[in-house]
Design a protein around this ligand. Sequence first.
Ligand SMILES: Nc1ncnc2c1ncn2[C@@H]1O[C@H](COP(=O)(O)OP(=O)(O)OP(=O)(O)O)[C@@H](O)[C@H]1O
Ligand SMILES: [Mg+2]
Length: 244
Amino acid sequence: MADPIIQIKDATVRFNLDAQRHKSLPEHLRGFLKRGSRFQEFFALKGVSLTVNRGESWGIIGRNGSGKSTLLKLVTGILQPYTGTVAVSGTVAPLLELGAGFDDELTGRENIMMNGLILGMTKKQVMDSFDDIVSFSELEQFLDVPVRNYSSGMRARLGFAVATCARADILISDEVLSTGDKVFQKKCEERMQDLLSGGTTLLFVSHSADAVLRVCDRAMWLDDGKSVMTGSAQDVVDAYLNRN
Ligand SMILES: Nc1ncnc2c1ncn2[C@@H]1O[C@H](COP(=O)(O)OP(=O)(O)OP(=O)(O)O)[C@@H](O)[C@H]1O
Ligand SMILES: [Mg+2]
């Protein structure tokens, strides 16, 4: 029986490109004299709809800038749609940009606790999962080093280990495994398979078609903020790879 856990209906995300630009002083003055700045609108998502049922594993594929990370941010609630609706009925463990949620000045050990608490775990749950997190991330030697001295792969290891221990209903992974080495990628894929067998729902953004095919049953192809195709991971990946 279909049991929707994420429902995105006709969602549009609008950014103001002008607000992100660094302006010169004369430009600022001109804007001020005109009472307010210009608004240069840009739509990162244009009427995207997606229904994800509990326990499904979705790959989101598409070129750089096509809107994949923006779509994930709608699901985590970091972004609100400008038009359309987003409904999520479950807890979310997001693995977005590398090391997001880490405090660079804190040690690996301290970040495990902080990240676990942010993900909704109790202190006891983090303590109980601590050894598992450390051994999965293979960072025993570096636990008391500030995370600012970690390599990007080490951050990814720690982030993945904590997020997958949080046992959220929905795991969201945005290109997190790409900095990890092959052995670690394999370990992460196995852990994702375990979580999926336990009923977790997965949204997986990756530029690796092979990884999407290994991990996901379903896929969505985004291009220029629009959904080009949704369907079985195999069909969508084939269509994407054979595009002109
Ligand atoms: N805060 C923002 N302000 C303005 N534009 C933004 C903002 N965030 C994203 N964008 C724009 O939205 C578009 C989609 O970005 P997004 O990060 O979702 O792409 P992506 O598919 O994840 O790309 P990649 O494969 O490179 O990670 C891009 O053109 C990007 O420049
Ligand atoms: Mg992205």
